[in-house]
Design a protein around this ligand. Structure first.
Ligand SMILES: [Zn+2]
Length: 250
């Protein structure tokens, strides 16, 4: 394994869990910024950790209200999922006494409204319903949502899918931490060990290029209580690789 020093952006999905504050403290200690993509239904229940994250400089993103597949619900429902969660985030910034720096969004399952595929890269968007994708993108844009400026994302598969041209935030590396919760995970991932081994694989064309020069990374982790115990070991291993975590510009 060759050590490549490159920039990485950390994104954490499905927050806030009951363990979010602990994760925030860990990232603070390691000086790692992160975007936290929160579900509205969880924001209703656990406000304190989110306010704490905001006050400590983290950015809170919108990950819908109940995490549905946007391809399976009517557009009106898609709008509602976005708006309800946005209002909650807005209120939490107010409570925290901090100006909201940006509106950022990530679709549940990577489904922009046109379906998704399960791939080595994670949940990869399909474009089965281009009109619906366009309508939802346009809604997000009008509502003030923007793609942050991530520097140096150069994977061919990522750019071929024009993923930075959309409003929502995708990722270049899915840690597949969620696979630990699944009985029969794909791709031979078994437990924390399997996940850590996968971080060492070199297959940049399949979304596994952490050790390869040429592109910076947008990394996906999850804030789910069932897998809280593997959050820190995964981040430690990412740090060992020499990745330098930055906050994108908004
Ligand atoms: Zn999610």
């Amino acid at each position: 394994m060759i050590m490549v020093r490159k920039i990485a952006y950390l994104t954490v999905d499905d927050c806030p869990s009951k363990d979010m504050k602990q994760k925030v403290d860990f990232l603070l200690e390691k000086n790692i910024p992160a975007l936290w993509f929160c579900r509205g239904e969880f924001l209703e229940k656990r406000q304190e950790a989110v306010i704490y994250a905001i006050q400590n400089g983290f950015v809170i993103g919108n990950h819908s209200y109940t995490h549905p597949l946007f391809s399976r619900i009517p557009v009106e429902e898609c709008f509602k999922q976005i708006v309800l969660t946005d209002e909650l985030i807005e209120k939490l910034y107010e409570k925290a006494g901090i100006k909201r720096p940006a509106k950022v969004f990530r679709f549940p399952w990577g489904d922009k409204g046109g379906g998704f595929d399960m791939t080595e890269k994670g949940f990869f968007p399909k474009s089965e319903n281009p009109e619906k994708i366009r309508i939802v993108q346009s809604f997000l844009r009008k509502f003030g949502y923007r793609q942050p400026r991530f520097k140096g994302i150069n994977y061919d598969w990522f750019n071929a899918a024009k993923l930075l041209n959309y409003v929502d935030v995708y990722f270049t590396f899915d840690t597949m931490d969620w696979a630990v919760m699944v009985n029969k995970p794909k791709y031979g991932i078994r437990g924390l060990e399997g996940i850590l081994e996968r971080l060492d694989e070199d297959a940049p064309g399949e979304g596994k290029g952490l050790n390869c020069a040429g592109s910076n990374e947008i990394i996906l982790l999850h804030d789910l209580a069932e897998i809280s115990h593997i959050f820190e070991p995964i981040v430690e291993k990412l740090l060992e690789k020499g990745l330098k975590f930055e906050r994108p510009e908004f």
